[in-house]
Write a new protein. Structure first.
Length: 466
């Protein structure tokens, strides 16, 4: 097959004819349907589903197609299973001078229906010239993950300023201006849902087009470790970033998704071992944004669940830096799901509580142990490896049944995930004999019994029976 030329055809105020009355016809109708398109479906009978979906939205002609049906049409589709009938009506459309697509018959079609990513005025079409439609659909799914839902609205936003830009800037300066708009804080602010602020900044930028570009910081949750658990927005922001400041809990493979030319700066923390103090991280983000960079502050799990994201957001706002937060799947949700342990259950847990087992220095975390030991809830402890023996002791002293199930999940959702199960009485020994180094999560409560262990050992029970 020869080279194809991709083009987008105007259908406003024009007729599109679809031959067929079943599911194939409905699929083609969905591609072209719009209030300003004269859509006509022609066939001897229509399925009830087609009638329900298209009655009142399209002209439905209940008979066999005739040549005059195609007169003046912009496009035609023949969506029939019978190959002989499909070829006959395809030829009828061509005789009327109408480009036609005969479904699954590329050899007699004038054009091919692409897989489409539709974002309003932004449309991406993928075609394999009919050779591999399934491949085109797969590519479409991948592209869908890269393009934000508000991209079409962003195009409309830019369109509203085209006249102002043309009237303000010389032609040779417009491209650079628009590149700054789409790569900088204006587009980021719009895509985050704050159109009013984006519009104000657009006006300011037009009034001072030579001003240094404003940077932006995105505080992004990287999830529990598995790159496939990133949100679509997190993936897009990682791929757009000029600079990524990342923690030690960011899963292996996630940084590989970034641009090759993006700067990667490790600012991770472990107990008594901080690669960068928090104040230094805050100052660095402010400085990078001030230099016009798109900065991603990448944090394991969710930035607002024991991730200091709130502190960083506060510091950035105080410095006047444009900042947005993208949530992530927190470790409690990701690790529990990976281990098969529900955090709530109608029979066993009507509440779930997240706490941190880490306090400043070697101090014991200041927690309400009696409330945490209450029945019918799941307790999830972050950063509790070091303090596991004391957590076990305090909960049992506060009234928790010593036989309460626990699960220790290390490197949850990752290839080296380790899941240990036991009881609260043996939690300390479970952690030490299981060589748990972290990052790890402690799940305590009846729902922990659902966890699928990679290694099971109730050390306390073994000692009692010895």
């Amino acid at each position: 097959m020869g080279k194809l030329f991709p083009a987008f055809q105007k259908l406003e105020g024009r007729r599109v004819v679809i031959v067929g009355g079943g599911d194939l016809a409905a699929r083609k109708a969905r591609l072209v349907a719009a209030p300003d398109v004269d859509l006509r479906l022609v066939w001897t009978c229509f399925s009830p589903a087609v009638v329900e979906e298209w009655a009142g939205r399209a002209t439905m002609i209940d008979r066999s197609p005739v040549a005059s049906d195609f007169d003046g049409a912009a496009l035609a589709f023949v969506a029939l299973d019978d190959e002989l009938e499909a070829a006959r009506f395809g030829a009828m459309a061509q005789s009327a001078g109408v480009p036609v697509n005969v479904v699954d018959r590329p050899e007699i079609s004038d054009f091919f229906t692409p897989s489409i990513v539709d974002r309003g005025d932004v449309v991406v079409a993928i075609s394999t010239t009919g050779a591999a439609p399934a491949l085109a659909k797969r590519l479409r799914a991948q592209i869908e993950t890269l393009l934000p839902r508000r991209l079409g609205a962003l195009a409309d936003f830019a369109k509203s300023f085209r006249g102002a830009v043309s009237g303000t800037l010389a032609p040779d300066r417009r491209r650079a201006f628009w590149e700054r708009v789409f790569a900088g804080d204006i587009a980021a602010t719009f895509l985050a849902g704050d159109e009013a602020t984006a519009r104000e900044r657009m006006i300011t930028s037009l009034n001072a087009p030579d001003a240094p570009p404003r940077g932006v910081v995105h505080i992004v949750g990287a999830g529990p470790g598995d790159p496939e658990l990133l949100t679509l927005r997190a993936l897009r922001l990682i791929q757009e970033a000029d600079v990524i400041l990342y923690d030690r809990l960011v899963g292996e493979g996630i940084l590989d998704l970034a641009r090759r030319d993006a700067d990667r700066i490790f600012v991770g923390k472990a107990k008594a071992d901080h690669a960068a103090p928090q104040d230094d991280i805050n100052e660095r983000m402010v400085a990078l944004a001030g230099a016009g960079k798109i900065v991603v502050r990448l944090k394991g799990g969710d930035p607002f669940v024991f991730g200091r994201g709130g502190e960083e957001l506060e510091a950035l706002k105080a410095a006047g830096v444009d900042c947005h937060v993208t949530p992530g799947i927190t470790a409690a949700l990701g690790c529990a799901a990976s281990a098969g342990a529900p955090l709530t259950h109608r029979d066993f847990a009507q509440a779930v509580t997240f706490v941190t087992g880490h306090a400043k220095g070697d101090a014991e975390p200041d927690l309400d142990w009696r409330s945490l030991a209450a029945l019918r809830q799941t307790l999830v402890v972050y950063m509790g490896v070091e303090t596991a023996p004391r957590i076990s002791q305090r909960l049992v002293e506060a009234g928790m049944n010593a036989e309460t199930p626990v699960a220790v999940i290390e490197n949850g959702t990752r290839d080296d995930e380790k899941i240990l199960t036991g009881t609260i009485a043996g939690l300390g020994d479970l952690v030490s004999t299981g060589d748990i180094a972290g990052p790890a999560l402690l799940v305590i409560g009846e729902t922990a019994a659902f966890a699928r262990p990679t290694f099971t050992r109730d050390v306390a029970r073994e000692r009692r029976s010895a």
